[in-house]
Each structure stands twice: as structure tokens, then as C-alpha cells.
Design a protein around this ligand. Structure first.
Ligand code: ATP
Ligand code: MG
Length: 258
């Protein structure tokens, strides 16, 4: 066994996604190793959000397969066809895939602490006292120990997004997906959210992050995937891709951000 390479934690194989006649993902393939951080970049409409939503089956796919920890997400194979799994099974699969959206989607009627504990208690049926202790520790990690009792409306955008990150972590996911986690934030609160994500990277969390923050991608990403028009144009280390893009499309996109 010692010669075998470890299997990837996330594997995306030839994924096709269409809305009606419109093909949005045109055969996307990439792997993410355990502990790896991959940033997805690319122009608006290139399919980045759609791609990450497919990974936790918020979107159906028409062909290809996505596995997390070796388990196919959303489907089982039957006589060469994909059959969608029942919602209860998909809900179990989603527990190992944390997702943080552009907008924080916190429950407005729950406190910061309540937002973090509700999933583990209601969905995972874990003991409230234990979950609460872990949630307080998570709040400390995202530097919001003093905001446990605040409601979302009493928190800044950056603080709400850090609660959303803590909420996702409370489910003890194997991989975290982020879709432009800072693009809806006031500029002064962007840094505090990126710092939390950088800490997660340093702690070895596997992450797939859609971002337009190239400086952040350079700091945090092991690899960057450049998408355009539903295809992967280029995959590589951030430093190389940003200083010497191999593709004209990557070069044009990087220019457009300057
Ligand atoms: N529910 C939907 N129905 C039809 N088309 C959709 C739907 N959602 C997305 N699309 C289309 O799919 C394409 C890819 O969208 P997607 O949101 O994945 O792009 P993106 O790379 O995340 O863009 P942005 O950088 O603006 O967030 C776009 O052309 C979009 O209009
Ligand atoms: Mg998007």
C-alpha cells in the first residue's frame, strides 16, 4: 500500500451542467487533495458558482460524477445511469461539505450562538451542552467570543460572515466551499474574514474558494483554477499563473481586474 498515492478528498470528473438548452459546465474535471486549498477564478458568468453548488448537490448535473471522500454526491450509478439519491441521503452527504455564500444567510431570529448550534442539535441530533461548548470555541476562533448573544441585525457584514463560517464548521465538515465570501462586504471588514479563512488553511482545512481577491488567492491557494465559459482554462500555482499565465484568456482576465 505504501506506493499508492492517496485518493483525492474531492474529485470532479467530466461534469456537465445545463439549464435547459444552455450548457453552463462543459465537462469540468479537477481533484482536491485532503488539506489542499484551491481557488476558483474567472469572469462573471463562467460557471464558478454553479460548479461549487454542484459539489454539495444544490444543483443537479447531467453527466459526470462528483465524489467527496470516495462517496458519489447526489447520485448512485445504476446500469450506467445516474439516479438521484433521496433527499435524506443527500442531507447526510451535505453534512460533510460546509458552504459559505456571498450573502451570509443567517437565521435572523437566532443569535450568533443559536445560528451555530441549530444544525448540530437539530440535524445531527447532538447533545446541546456539548454543541454549545463547541460553538463558543468556534466563536472564539472567528474572534467573536463577545458577540454570542447578538442577533444578525446587530452584527456588521464581516461579523455575520464569520458567524456563517463558524456555523458551517460546527457541522465538522471534511471540506469547506466558499462562494465569493467577501464580495458583499464593506471594504473595511473584508480583511477580518480573509484572515479567518487563512487560519483555516493553516490548520489544514480542505477548501474550494471562489474569489476575485487575487492577493488572497496568492497567499492561501495551493492551486488556482481559471474558468471561462464553463471550461477550465488553466490550473496552476497562483504565483506562476498570476505572473506568467499560459492562456490568453487567463491573461485577459487578470488584466481586467487591474
Ligand atoms: N438558475 C439558472 N437558470 C438559468 N441560467 C442560470 C442559472 N443560474 C446560473 N445561470 C447561468 O449560468 C451561467 C454561469 O453562472 P454562474 O453564476 O455559475 O457564474 P459565475 O462564474 O459564478 O459568475 P459571477 O462571477 O458573476 O458570480 C451564467 O450564464 C448564468 O446566467
Ligand atoms: Mg458566482
Amino acid at each position: 500500500m505504501s506506493n499508492t498515492t492517496p485518493s483525492p478528498l474531492v474529485s470532479v470528473e467530466a461534469v456537465h451542467k445545463s439549464y435547459g438548452a444552455l450548457e453552463i459546465l462543459k465537462g469540468i474535471s479537477f481533484d482536491v487533495s485532503r488539506g489542499e486549498v484551491v481557488c476558483l477564478i474567472g469572469p462573471s458568468g463562467s460557471g464558478k458558482t454553479t460548479m461549487v453548488r454542484c459539489i454539495n448537490h444544490l444543483e443537479t448535473i447531467q453527466a459526470g460524477r462528483i465524489t467527496v471522500g470516495g462517496e458519489m454526491i447526489g447520485y448512485r450509478e445504476h446500469n450506467g445511469h445516474l439516479l438521484e439519491l433521496p433527499e435524506s441521503r443527500i442531507s447526510l452527504q451535505r453534512q460533510k461539505i460546509g458552504m459559505v455564500f456571498q450573502r451570509f444567510n443567517l437565521f435572523p431570529n437566532l443569535t450568533a450562538l443559536g445560528n451555530i448550534t441549530v444544525g448540530p442539535v437539530r440535524v445531527q441530533r447532538r447533545r446541546e451542552a456539548e454543541v454549545r461548548a463547541e460553538a463558543l470555541e468556534l466563536l472564539r476562533r472567528v474572534r467573536l467570543a463577545d458577540k454570542a448573544d447578538n442577533f444578525p441585525s446587530q452584527l456588521s457584514g464581516g461579523q455575520q460572515q464569520r458567524v456563517a463560517i463558524a456555523r458551517a464548521l460546527a457541522m465538522k465538515p471534511e471540506v469547506m466551499l466558499f462562494d465569493e465570501p467577501t464580495s458583499a462586504l464593506d471594504p473595511e471588514t473584508v480583511g477580518e474574514v480573509l484572515d479567518v479563512i487563512k487560519e483555516l488553511a493553516a490548520e489544514g482545512m480542505t477548501m474550494i474558494i471562489v474569489t476575485h481577491e487575487l492577493g488572497f488567492a496568492r497567499d492561501v491557494a495551493d492551486r488556482v483554477i481559471m474558468m471561462d465559459q464553463g471550461e477550465i482554462v488553466e490550473i496552476g500555482a497562483a504565483t506562476e499563473m498570476f505572473s506568467a499565465p499560459r492562456s490568453d484568456r487567463t491573461r485577459a482576465f487578470l488584466q481586467s481586474l487591474k
